[in-house]
Design a protein around this ligand. Structure first.
Ligand SMILES: C[S@@+](CC[C@H](N)C(=O)[O-])C[C@H]1O[C@@H](n2cnc3c(N)ncnc32)[C@H](O)[C@@H]1O
Length: 158
């Protein structure tokens, strides 16, 4: 569901119409929705897809992983979906320990910018750009401190 992210970005950018248009355009491009488990080496289970040019992951790995070891493993697992030279576009919350959706509270892996960048490098990515946007106002649904967006290129195997 893209809505929370798109809404969040709208709040940051203050340009709701532009982002609603982008959301619609993106939704129209979706051909198929598949189940994915980033903790498995075959993240798509029995489904096999050609490696992609670009992979987008938003606010997912820190919610899916309980520690840095499983976070590093998850990066390696999702990397298998990308062509060498392909790009991972990833949005991560920093210094978050929980978030709330409706009445439910979820735990989150506490991450700092450096640990994400190091984990990417160890998983065979070259980080090409990183932007950190500090939280602008207090949140009632999470204790995150910032949102980090980055682009990383999968390096060819040596
Ligand atoms: C904070 S939500 C983010 C949802 C959405 N990507 C977004 O940006 O709004 C975290 C997501 O991680 C997913 N998740 C949790 N464990 C996972 C796993 N092992 N593999 C893949 N996704 C997982 C949850 O289902 C949930 O949709």
């Amino acid at each position: 569901d893209w809505t929370p992210v798109v809404k969040y970005v709208c709040e940051l950018e203050g340009d709701r119409e532009k982002w609603a248009e982008k959301e619609e355009k993106l939704r129209n491009k979706v051909k198929q929705v598949l189940k994915c488990d980033v903790s498995k080496s075959s993240v798509l289970g029995p489904v096999s897809l050609p490696q992609a040019d670009c992979l987008l992951s938003t606010l997912c790995l820190e919610a899916a992983c309980k520690d840095l070891t499983s976070y590093r493993a998850a990066l390696k697992n999702i990397s298998s979906l990308l062509k060498p030279g392909g790009h991972l576009v990833m949005m991560t919350v920093l210094k978050e320990t929980y978030y709330i959706v409706g009445q439910k509270r979820f735990s989150c892996l506490y991450l700092e910018k450096e640990s994400v960048v190091e984990a990417l490098s160890e998983a065979g990515f070259e980080v090409q750009c990183v932007t950190v946007m500090p939280k602008r106002s207090e949140s009632t649904f999470s204790d995150f401190e910032a949102v980090q967006s980055l682009v990383a290129c999968k390096q060819p195997a040596e």
